[in-house]
Design a protein around this ligand. Structure first.
Ligand SMILES: C[S@@+](CC[C@H](N)C(=O)[O-])C[C@H]1O[C@@H](n2cnc3c(N)ncnc32)[C@H](O)[C@@H]1O
Length: 318
C-alpha cells in the first residue's frame, strides 16, 4: 500500500514531475488536476493543504496526471473550458474553444440587429452561439454541426447557460443541415435532453430552404470551420493533433474547402443587408476574402485578433 500524502505534497510532487517533463504551466496544471480529483477549489487547496489524501484519490490523481503527461489538455481532462466568461462542457467530438474565437463573438454582437436571428455552422461545443445569446437576450439562432455528439454537447451547454429556448439544433453538412429539418419541424428534438419543444418560427411541413426562406433568412451567418490543411494537421502539437477531433481541424488539401461551400451558398440564406463572419487562419485573409468577393459579397474586411493576426473575415450581402 502506498504511503499517505498530504494535499500539498501531492500537488507539489506532480508539479515537479510536470516541470521536469517541460510543461510550462506545471504549477497551474498540478493544482487544477489535484483540485479536480479531490473536489477542491483553489482556496480549499490552500486551506486544506496539510490534510491526508486517501490512496484511492491518490490513484485518481495519478491517472489524471498520466493523461496530462501524454499531452491531453487540462480542459479536456476536467471536461470543460471557459470561453467568453462562460463555462462549456466538452466531449470527444467538440473542439476545445480557443480564446482567438472570442473576436468572432465580439463582432457578431456588434453586427446583430435588435431581435436578430443567426446561424452558427459547425458549432462544436456551441461556444459561439451561446456566448452571443447570453449577451443578447433579444436574439435567437440556429446551431448546426455534422457531428451529432457535438450537437448533443452544444445542447447541454445551451441548457446550462440558460439559452436553450432561443437556440435550435440541426445536424447536417453545412447548409444541408438547414434544409434537412425533421419531418415535423414545428417540434424540434432537443437531443441533449430528449425532450420536444415548440419552434415558433415554423409550420408543419415547412423546411428552411434558400428559395422559401421560411424565416426570411438570417441576419448573420457565423462559422469557425475546420481550416487547417490536411498536411499541416499532421504537424500540429500532440495536444491538438491527438485530442481535438480531426473533423474540427481538417479543412481539406488547402484548408479552404469549408469556406468555398460557405461563400457559394451563404447569400441564399441571408436577408438583404445580412453578413457572414468566419474565423480564418492567420494567413488565409486574402484567399477567403477573394472567395466571398467572387460570390458577389461586398464590404469585405479582415479583422485582427489581440495578437495582431488576421482572424475573422466579414462580408456583406447587399
Ligand atoms: C473548428 S471546429 C469549431 C467548433 C466551435 N464552433 C468552436 O469555435 O470552438 C469546426 C466544427 O465544424 C464541424 N464540421 C466539420 N465538418 C462539417 C460539415 N461538413 N458540416 C457541418 N459541420 C462540420 C466540426 O464537427 C466542428 O465542430
Amino acid at each position: 500500500m502506498s504511503e499517505a500524502v498530504t494535499v500539498s505534497a501531492l500537488w507539489r510532487g506532480w508539479r515537479d514531475q510536470l516541470s521536469q517533463r517541460g510543461f510550462a504551466t506545471a504549477t497551474l496544471d498540478a493544482k487544477i488536476l489535484v483540485g479536480h480529483a479531490l473536489g477542491f477549489d483553489t482556496l480549499q487547496l490552500a486551506v486544506r493543504e496539510s490534510e491526508l489524501v486517501s490512496s484511492l484519490l491518490t490513484s485518481t490523481v495519478t491517472e489524471l496526471m498520466q493523461r496530462r503527461l501524454s499531452g491531453e489538455s487540462v480542459a479536456r481532462i476536467v471536461g470543460h473550458k471557459e470561453f467568453y466568461g462562460l463555462d462549456f462542457a466538452l466531449n470527444e467530438a467538440t473542439l476545445e474553444p480557443r480564446p482567438d474565437t472570442e473576436l468572432l463573438v465580439d463582432l457578431a454582437l456588434k453586427a446583430l440587429p435588435v431581435g436578430g436571428r443567426f446561424v452558427d455552422l459547425g458549432t462544436g461545443s456551441g461556444c459561439i452561439p451561446i456566448s452571443v445569446l447570453v449577451n443578447r437576450p433579444d436574439a435567437s439562432g440556429v446551431a448546426s454541426d455534422i457531428n451529432p455528439r457535438a450537437l448533443q454537447m452544444a445542447g447541454r451547454n445551451a441548457e446550462r447557460n440558460g439559452v436553450s429556448g432561443r437556440l435550435e439544433f440541426l445536424q447536417g453538412d453545412w447548409f444541408g443541415a438547414l434544409a434537412e429539418r425533421p419531418r415535423h419541424p414545428n417540434r424540434i428534438r432537443n437531443r441533449a435532453f430528449g425532450e420536444l419543444r415548440a419552434d415558433p418560427g415554423s409550420r408543419p411541413g415547412q423546411a428552411l430552404s434558400p428559395e422559401g426562406r421560411g424565416e426570411e433568412g438570417f441576419d448573420l451567418i457565423l462559422s469557425n470551420p475546420p481550416y487547417i490543411s490536411s498536411e499541416i494537421v499532421e504537424t500540429l502539437s500532440p495536444e491538438v493533433k491527438n485530442f481535438d477531433p480531426r473533423l474540427a481541424l481538417d479543412g481539406g488539401p488547402d484548408g479552404l474547402g469549408p469556406y468555398r461551400i460557405i461563400a457559394a451558398e451563404a447569400a441564399g440564406w441571408l436577408k438583404a443587408g445580412g453578413a457572414v463572419l468566419v474565423e480564418i487562419g492567420y494567413d488565409q485573409g486574402a484567399a477567403v476574402s477573394a472567395l466571398f468577393a467572387g460570390a458577389g459579397f461586398e464590404r469585405i474586411s479582415v479583422e485582427k485578433d489581440l495578437a495582431g493576426l488576421d482572424r475573422v473575415v466579414s462580408a456583406h450581402h447587399i
